[in-house]
Design a protein around this ligand. Structure first.
Ligand SMILES: Nc1ncnc2c1ncn2[C@@H]1O[C@H](COP(=O)(O)OP(=O)(O)O)[C@@H](O)[C@H]1O
Ligand SMILES: O=C(O)C[C@@H](O)[C@H](O)C(=O)COP(=O)(O)O
Length: 336
């Protein structure tokens, strides 16, 4: 059964709005940042990673965002273009804002952290007037990501994109992508996350991200079913709650739930799991697959990325994901 339907007459499959940044991933893995001296540069930012993932999977994609007027900004735009992503709505900041940097620390496969440099970043300067209604009008699915709600004018730009998506019948997906350091207060965070989530058809987040959104509500047992049920009174058709290595659970508006285990992986670092899972899951929905198959495909995509050094550059093709699932089924891959 299809929980969301896509307008096949539209030319563009998928557009993401929000953060375009740089990841600098430690080359010396299994070491704290204090002892790390070299890094490899990749395009980063959660919505950018998801969009790159969708493009690798073979979809027609585009991005709505803002980059700094510097070498890093041009590196990002060129990488998107090289990956077949339409950049007509990637604008360039003219105020001297900088590119956001994420330095990743890989202390062990399970102990990873991210040090973000995000003062005066270009991605949060996207203006609502810069959001292209024309692009959204020809797009089957729009993805928003929570960090873009952290500050004006990017916050208003996201709400403008949501308005255009509603007006033109695009399916709206929300990857919660909660990064505490971009926000001023917990209350402000919860209020804007909830306002945006009300408008979305598909909501994907970790248990901890939903906990943040529920700080004014009663869910003492942190019950996934209670979390999901709230959103079916608004626009949601599917709510996915991720539990790291423990897998994920998806609830649908008809009251059903679907659980997916994770696949084994030789983990290098855990970041990037959520972005690749989202790309795989949303791609599956666009193919008309049932929810369990979408979750399984997302889970395998996540394993490929966490077994790799990068997030964006490691986003798999559908052949790679299918091959990974087949190898797991044959018992050829075991956990690290
Ligand atoms: N250590 C792991 N081994 C195998 N799969 C994992 C692991 N960590 C995460 N995953 C997969 O990635 C998905 C998303 O990961 P999760 O950590 O919940 O999201 P996020 O990266 O957004 O915090 C999980 O549902 C699971 O399928
Ligand atoms: O989102 C960022 O700005 C950083 C990402 O590019 C980074 O690699 C990462 O943290 C991925 O996040 P996840 O998929 O939620 O683990």
């Amino acid at each position: 059964m299809a929980y969301v339907s896509f307008d096949s007459a539209k030319k563009t499959d998928f557009v993401a709005v929000g953060r375009l940044c740089i990841d600098l991933n430690a080359n010396e893995i299994n070491r704290p940042m204090e002892e790390t001296t070299t890094f490899t540069k990749y395009v980063g930012g959660s919505p950018a990673n998801i969009c790159i993932g969708m493009s690798r999977l073979g979809l027609q994609t585009g991005f709505i965002g803002k980059v700094a007027d510097d070498q890093m900004g041009r590196f990002i735009t060129r990488y998107l273009e090289a990956n077949g992503i339409e950049t007509s709505n990637v604008t360039t900041d003219r105020t001297g804002a900088v590119t956001g940097l994420a330095f990743t620390e890989i202390k062990s496969p399970t102990d990873c952290s991210i040090l973000m440099y995000r003062d005066n970043v270009a991605d949060l300067k996207l203006e609502p007037t810069e959001v292209s209604e024309e692009l959204i009008s020809r797009t089957k699915m729009l993805l928003i990501s929570g960090t873009a709600l952290a500050q004006s004018p990017s916050r208003e730009a996201v709400f403008q994109a949501l308005d255009y998506a509603k007006k033109h019948g695009a399916v709206i997906a929300f990857d919660l992508d909660y990064r505490p350091y971009t926000w001023v207060s917990d209350a402000e965070t919860a209020v804007y996350y909830n306002l945006a989530a009300e408008k979305c058809d598909i909501i994907i987040g970790t248990r901890e991200e939903f906990d943040m959104m529920e700080q004014f509500e009663r869910n003492p047992e942190r019950d996934d079913r209670i979390t999901a049920a709230k959103w079916f009174d608004y626009s949601a058709e599917i709510v996915v709650i991720k539990h790291g290595k423990e897998g994920s659970i998806a609830y649908t508006k008809d009251g059903a739930s679907h659980r997916a285990d994770s696949y084994p992986a030789k983990v290098i670092k855990t970041f990037g799991a959520g972005d690749s899972y989202a790309a795989g899951f949303l791609y599956g929905l666009m193919q008309g697959w049932d929810i369990s198959r979408c979750m399984s495909f997302g889970s395998a995509a996540a394993c490929i990325v966490i077994s790799s050094h990068s997030c964006s550059d490691a986003m798999p093709t559908s052949e790679q994901v299918n091959d990974y699932i087949a190898r797991c089924e044959r018992g050829e891959i075991t956990a690290s």
